[in-house]
Design a binder for this molecule. Structure first.
Ligand code: NAP
Length: 260
């Protein structure tokens, strides 16, 4: 299926590897030109080069921390202040117990996983509305549907972003802008490996055992792949997705048994 977005321009945040990279690859495969971002310059530059070469699109890397005002200003500068497609993403906060976290920890998590995405939408969506077309995909988490006890910082920040999107997506849809959230279950990325390691340490088991147990809890009996995630993201950014607004799409291999 041709997604009808060839020649569009997208910003994909936190995209040197993992789910962000999966989204960048899938958009590039549809002929979308990209600005991609991550903090580590070397890996980001390599990723940009590989994607550009494979899909014959332009890919501009901007090494910056997307959770800071300066980082977002650098990325927006590279875009010339406008994009047709925005994919927000940032690293997830660390796990812990509810008593572990103080005000600074909450502010960091809320900055990274809520306010950064909101600031980018506020910067780029008005231009999309003026031009009558836009797509926004926020990478959140399955924990929005079923909060994970030890990811309290993530649960808190992402619940805030989800509430914001539920309102603003309905306020921009009449101008051709579709805003949705993609909720990853467990995908085979560095983040998943770190969570496997944490589960292994807490349970006194090996990482392989921790991974096998987590996989056994997923009906597909496997972790998702960044390519699977990217394909869903590209569809939400497609022409055909014009009637999908304000949704929270769970990609988890059926792990959460939710009826709707
Ligand atoms: P990942 O494999 O660790 O990749 C994270 C990417 O984000 C890297 O490119 C990293 O590059 C970049 N990044 C991190 N912090 C950044 C920042 N402050 N500014 C700019 N770039 C930044 O993680 P992932 O698995 O793709 O996860 C992406 C998001 O989905 C996270 O928020 C995670 O919590 C969430 N999630 C993941 C899963 C899963 O199973 N994978 C499940 C649920 C939710 P640099 O380090 O060089 O900046």
């Amino acid at each position: 299926m041709d997604l009808g977005i060839r020649g569009r321009k997208a910003l994909v945040c936190a995209a040197s590897r993992g789910l962000g990279r999966g989204c960048a690859e899938a958009l590039a495969a549809e002929g979308v030109n990209l600005v991609i971002n991550a903090r580590g310059r070397e890996a980001l530059t390599r990723t940009a080069w590989e994607i550009a070469e494979r899909h014959e699109v332009t890919v501009e890397p901007v090494a910056a921390d997307i959770t800071t005002d300066e980082g977002r200003a650098a990325v927006l500068g590279a875009l010339g202040g406008q994009a047709d497609i925005l994919v927000t993403n940032a690293g997830g906060p660390p796990p812990g117990r509810w008593t572990d976290w103080g005000r600074d920890d909450f502010i960091r998590a809320i900055d990274a996983n809520m306010l950064s995405a909101i600031a980018l939408m506020q910067a780029l969506v008005p231009g999309m509305m003026d031009r009558g077309w836009g797509r926004v995909v926020n990478i959140t988490s399955q924990s929005v549907r079923s909060p994970i006890a030890e990811l309290g910082l993530s649960n808190t920040a992402r619940a805030g972003l989800t509430g914001f999107v539920a309102g603003m997506s309905r306020q921009v849809a009449d101008r051709g802008v579709c805003v949705n959230n993609l909720l990853p279950g467990i995908h085979d990325t560095d983040r998943a490996a770190a969570l496997d390691a944490g589960a292994a340490e807490r349970g006194g088991i090996t990482r392989d055992e921790a991974r096998a147990r987590r996989q056994a809890a997923i009906p597909t009996r496997s972790y998702g792949r960044a390519e699977d995630f990217g394909a869903a993201c590209a569809f939400l950014c497609s022409q055909q997705a014009r009637f999908i607004v304000g949704q929270n799409l769970l990609l988890d291999g059926g792990a959460l048994n939710v009826a709707v």
